[in-house]
Design a binder for this molecule. Structure first.
Ligand code: GSF
Length: 201
């Protein structure tokens, strides 16, 4: 199989972490591409009409996307239990929260990258960061217990989202309002799968 990817993408990082945590690196070739909202990569579009990565090219079926479908497919393929039945609704909600944080954080980057300075909307960027900041506060407040225990996709999602904040928004100090989450993230980031997939490497 081939993973159309870019190391800087937090959504891609979730997949790359799952590949490593489930011992499936040998089954997938990571193919780096460059695709943007104004210049979609043709290979990506051939797999995913929205032009977004990650996309997983399979030998025996249609390409898979988006990142949540790919991580679930890889989990099922390896029987890895990253989507534990006993906690499935909480795990899926945490996964969705992490993805929403990534969406907001990526939109902020695109707003700055693809708008002229006079076209920039400060309100729009502030609104996106508010979503991120509220999410961090709620995880600190209500979800820390769910970040404990055996590895699951919610943990991987939250870690990749936080790693992206450090990578693309280092000037925003999310740790100031989430000391317990910061401790958790520092420990989780020491996993080899996280070290090997750190953005900006
Ligand atoms: C989001 C992927 C995405 O936005 C998923 O896979 O979970 N819901 C999807 N990918 C970005 C790259 S990144 O910054 O993470 C992407 O492909 N952007 C190109 C575009 O055309 O928006």
């Amino acid at each position: 199989m081939k993973l159309l990817m870019a190391p800087a993408s937090p959504f891609v990082r979730k997949v790359r972490v799952v590949l490593r945590e489930t011992g499936q690196l040998g089954a997938v070739t990571e193919v780096a591409v460059s695709t943007t909202p104004v210049a979609s990569d043709p290979a990506v579009v051939a797999a995913n009409p929205t032009g977004k990565i990650p996309a997983l090219l399979r030998d025996d079926g249609p390409a898979l996307f988006d990142s949540r479908v790919i991580t679930r497919f890889l989990d099922a393929r390896a029987g890895a239990r990253l989507y534990p039945e006993a906690r499935i609704w909480e795990v899926l909600t945490l996964e969705a929260l992490a993805d929403a944080m990534m969406d907001a954080a990526v939109v902020m980057v695109y707003e700055a990258r693809y708008h002229t300075p006079e076209g920039l909307s400060a309100d729009w960027i502030a609104g996106q960061w508010d979503k991120v900041a509220r999410s961090v506060a709620v995880i600190e407040d209500r979800w820390m217990a769910h970040l404990a225990g055996p590895l699951h996709i919610g943990q991987i999602g939250v870690a990749c989202a936080l790693g992206y904040l450090d990578f693309r928004h280092p000037d925003r100090d999310w740790r100031a309002q989430a000391p317990e989450l910061a401790v958790w993230f520092a420990a989780f980031s020491e996993r080899p799968s996280m070290v090997e997939t750190r953005p900006g490497l």
